[in-house]
Design a protein around this ligand. Sequence first.
Ligand SMILES: Cc1cc2nc3c(=O)[nH]c(=O)nc-3n(C[C@H](O)[C@H](O)[C@H](O)COP(=O)(O)OP(=O)(O)OC[C@H]3O[C@@H](n4cnc5c(N)ncnc54)[C@H](O)[C@@H]3O)c2cc1C
Length: 437
Amino acid sequence: MKATLKLDFDVIVVGAGLTGFAAAIGASKLGMKTLLVESTGVIGGLAVNGLVNPFMKYDYAGEDLIQGVFSELIERLKKVGDYVGRAFNYEALKYHLVNLLKENRVNILLYTQIIDLQIVEKKIQKIIGSAAGQRLEIRGKQFIDCTGDAALGKLAELTLLIGDEQSRQNQAVTQIFVLDNVQLNKTMEYVQQHPDDFFSWVSPQQKDIAISVAGFFKLVEQAIEDGMDLPRDHFFFIQLPEKTSVTVNTGHISITDANSPLAVSAAQLTGLEQTHQLTAFAQKYLPGFEDCCLRQSAAQIGIRESARIKGKYIFQQSDVTDFNKFPDAVVKAIYGVDIHQNQDEPSVKEVVLNYTDYYEIPARALIAAELDNLLMAGRNLSADFGGQSAVRIMPTCCGTGQGAGVIAALAALTGRKPADITAAEFQAELKKQGANL
Ligand SMILES: Cc1cc2nc3c(=O)[nH]c(=O)nc-3n(C[C@H](O)[C@H](O)[C@H](O)COP(=O)(O)OP(=O)(O)OC[C@H]3O[C@@H](n4cnc5c(N)ncnc54)[C@H](O)[C@@H]3O)c2cc1C
């Protein structure tokens, strides 16, 4: 089929989740003609379509480790009260993401799925998109894979890192949903009176962070005894800035291959079933949830990891636990290893850091090993299973995204390979863009 539309850009970012958003702005700030391509009609990826909330920890010693584009976003959310204790209003996020992209002159192409590409002498010449039955050809100097699922890596048949190193199984997936009309005062009274019914980290007095509650073990046990089919032994929710609304991150679906469209489709359907089971449970058993209603279930099933592209460096779990620092750092981060296991194992295996230090992510984990004009960031950066589980959180995705955007732009600007851009060059530009390095 002939292309009906032909486009040409300096930097092309594929995937408009938080990673792609930050990557496109990072590149455009350097004056590069930048295109952000997205297969859905929404900017925000899992943060919007997946209803993921809140932003996980990104501060250390009183300072925000992730700044730059991420800080610009947070400041806008804070100004209008749409950000409380790291939880955000979904519609506000969606709106500010688009405005920031527009203000930074990023070209946005929605409803376009990249389905093919052409490589000549280790360089992507063009990518092929499909939109409403039409074929698009998009040429570029530098490309960044921010699809979360390593779509460009798969299309280019690059070496992929998939799932756990031993089993190659991916992490369990979750369909998140939002409940409205919750009387949290009543819920928190119950939390206070029944401390043994919750995980030890749950506190009735939660200051500075959004109310976050996980447990209700006895109530879940009772419901199961009464014949309810529930996916977990507990219920987990986070309060949204709207105060009487919560986002529920309780569902749990084992998936051995999150790269299989059939498995992902089945998980999406199971997720919807779990959402309705958990809503019915909350209405019947949870204090404060008696009159709640289901506002929304996530349109995009929550895939924590599927495939990562092998880069010049594979970021390691030990880089997180040893708080490693790198001369070519693009971002500082603090969140710990957080693996949601599949069946036959405890549902969450979390190596919690005691947050005594931060670690850094090197640029080499963002530069593809086998191509000369491809970078990757966010969920599909070059990392081992444990390393990815720590750096996949949304603030860090913004950090790696902006890092990849800046390196791609410097490469496009000077006609060099991303690997030949020096740390001094990209770190100076990242600092100019407000990054905390
Ligand atoms: C269940 C769950 C709970 C989580 N909880 C938290 C949490 O509490 N706090 C936190 O900070 N993080 C959390 N995370 C992690 C975080 O949400 C994600 O890792 C992060 O949002 C990923 O961002 P991304 O931009 O890399 O990928 P995504 O958000 O997945 O964005 C990728 C985008 O690429 C598009 N795309 C894919 N393929 C193509 C293609 N071929 N062509 C065009 N476009 C394409 C997709 O439509 C999508 O919009 C959670 C994740 C999950 C799944």
